[in-house]
Design a protein around this ligand. Structure first.
Ligand code: DAH
Length: 339
């Protein structure tokens, strides 16, 4: 009897089933009431008493091995089965249609990469902010028009919870928690209460850069700006800085680049001036450093901020800002090669 059991064990080990029906047939063959193992169980009665122990052990082993093998084979089918339910076999598998990166993502990455080469690392902050990080810490006067409902989205009429209007808020978040030297680039979405048109939207994207260390000067800022402009718009690009005003920088400036469409000769795009404005910048106001717990007698810094849509428009001449958020595949597809 032991030989028979051993032979069956061997058989069971090599058992194969191509589908669920075949497997069921095997189960019936071995494990059903009239199956081979049941027959052996019946014969067990006739085994001599002194052999019962050994034979019983083999028999149990065989039964268990058969059940395990059948379960194992069944599991294989079950997996295929559920897989099949999820697969639409009528779909063609090739070519897989690859999506394209959004033009704003392409340009954002390019800006971050350029500053990355200057040693800046990426920092991010929340889009739902408080007054301190968006305005007060950045030296905005109590009655500054940006704090008005006309310009800023407040959340649930709570004047302390708002959608950030600029990524300068990330400056404060980082300066509050890190010691200089600080060299960060902060990309992100910002919100303003604007009527939507081809040239304004209630949300858009900015990149902010901040460098705080000992002996940071306006010359360092200008050098970084020139490097950025040439990397972004080509080596022929010139820059010019015009005095300006921002509450959080002193002195402040706006930067123009030579018009990348006409090369500075003058065209409709640059309103025949040869220059187009691309960003705001300046030396971090000492009040801002102090607000964030940084000693303004020891450290100085520069900051700059730009709109990603603006840079993208300059690179790709997108005439209508709304295109960026409409998700029209015909528009987005055109940026395939820029990926
Ligand atoms: N936060 C400004 C804006 O939203 C942009 C800006 C200007 C950022 C000058 C700066 C800066 O860091 O120095 O218009």
């Amino acid at each position: 009897m032991i030989d028979k059991i051993k032979a069956l064990l061997q058989e069971v080990e090599n058992m194969k089933a191509a589908n669920a029906e075949e497997l069921e047939a095997l189960r019936i063959k071995y494990l059903s009431k009239k199956g081979e193992i049941s027959a052996l169980m019946n014969d067990f009665r006739n085994v001599a008493a002194d052999q019962k122990r050994e034979v019983g052990k083999f028999l149990n082993e065989l039964k268990e091995a058969t059940q395990n093998k059948i379960n194992e084979l069944k599991e294989g089918f079950d997996n295929v089965q559920t897989g099949n339910d999820d697969i639409d076999l009528t779909r063609t598998s090739y070519p897989i249609e690859l999506g394209t990166r959004h033009p704003l993502s392409i340009v954002k990455k390019e800006i971050c990469d350029i500053f990355g080469r200057l040693g800046f690392s990426i920092a991010e902050g929340p889009e739902i902010e408080d007054d301190w990080h968006v305005f007060s810490s950045l030296n905005f006067a109590e009655d500054h028009p940006a704090r008005d409902m006309q310009d800023t989205f407040f959340i649930q009429h709570n004047p302390d919870v708002l959608l950030r209007t600029h990524t300068s808020s990330v400056q404060t978040r980082v300066m509050e928690t890190q010691e200089p030297p600080i060299r960060i680039i902060c990309p992100g979405r910002v919100y303003r209460n604007e009527a939507i048109s081809y040239r304004a939207h209630c949300f858009f994207h900015q990149v902010e850069a901040l460098y705080v260390d000992k002996n940071v000067s306006f010359a360092d800022l200008k050098q970084a700006l020139l490097f950025f402009a040439k990397e972004m718009f080509g080596p022929e690009t010139k820059i010019r800085l015009r005095p300006s005003y921002f509450p959080f920088t002193e002195p402040s400036a706006e930067m123009d680049i030579s018009c990348n469409l006409c090369g500075g000769k003058g065209c409709a795009f640059c309103k025949h001036t040869g220059w187009v404005e691309i960003l705001g910048c300046g030396m971090v106001d000492p009040n801002v450093l102090e607000n964030c717990g940084i000693d303004s007698k020891v450290y100085t810094g520069y900051a700059l901020g730009m709109g990603i849509e603006r840079i993208t428009n300059l690179k790709y001449q997108v005439k209508d800002l709304r295109m960026f958020s409409e998700n029209d595949v015909r528009f987005l597809k055109q940026f395939e090669s820029a990926n």
